[in-house]
Design a protein. Structure first.
Length: 236
């Protein structure tokens, strides 16, 4: 195995106690998506959007990485120690992967602990609230917003993601519904490039037959078992 790519979604962090933003009724924490997860919503009511993400940032700071996050950190260590390449793509905006020990992480939907300046475009590590409209450390305008990809915006790192998938041997998808694009199409891209594809999920995805292997169950159970199985193979 020379190039292993993993995609994670909200399901892996849910078991740490982080509620998934979007509920079955389409609301995010009792808010309409249009109000808290679009550029237009931020333009209409920035204070509401800041309160929403300040709350998510504070909540994320109270939870810890779970065995699934930790298993992926061990997998990264094993792959790179064997001379392979490892890339972890996540749809999540929390930092649980990094806190578990993962280093090669691409946050395609942005990060809670980062602020983006609407004036100069600078990105700044940020762990405190943004609701009091602090100044940008670079241009000093009070124009910071959450560094999160909202609906209607382009996800981050797409060019790099396409490159790693084009040279991927194994693509593993964990804890995601598989309905939000472009992330939903990554397994098909990997498969088209010749990679073996595996789904580790609480339930089957719509169109899950595109995976070569499916393991169902809580991420805290199926991910550590998968990592143990893969890293114990003699051809690893």
């Amino acid at each position: 195995m020379t190039n292993l790519v993993v995609l994670t979604g909200a399901g892996i962090s849910a078991e740490s106690g982080l509620a998934t933003f979007r509920a079955s009724d389409g609301l995010w924490e009792n808010h309409r998506i249009e109000d808290v997860a679009t550029p237009e919503g931020f333009a209409r009511n920035p204070d509401l959007v800041h309160r929403f993400y300040d709350g998510r940032r504070a909540q994320a700071a109270t939870v810890e990485p779970n065995p699934a996050h930790q298993a992926l950190a061990r997998l990264e260590t094993s792959v790179t120690a064997a001379g392979g390449r490892f890339t972890l793509i996540t749809q999540n905006i929390d930092d649980l992967h990094e806190r578990a020990g993962s280093y090669r992480v691409l946050h395609m939907h942005g990060e809670l602990n980062s602020a983006l300046c609407s004036t100069c475009g600078a990105r700044t590590p940020w762990t405190g609230p943004l609701g009091d409209h602090p100044n940008c450390p670079v241009c000093h305008d009070p124009a910071l917003r959450p560094d999160v990809v909202w609906f209607g915006e382009v996800p981050y790192h797409l060019d790099r993601i396409e490159r790693v998938l084009d040279d991927c041997d194994l693509f593993v998808v964990i804890g995601t519904s598989g309905v939000v694009y472009p992330a939903a199409g990554l397994a098909s891209l990997a498969r088209a490039a010749g990679a073996r594809t595996i789904l580790l999920n609480l339930e089957e995805q719509e169109g899950w037959v595109r995976y070569d292997e499916v393991r169902l169950g809580p991420a805290t159970e199926v991910v550590p078992q998968f990592v143990a199985d893969v890293t114990s193979r003699p051809d690893w």
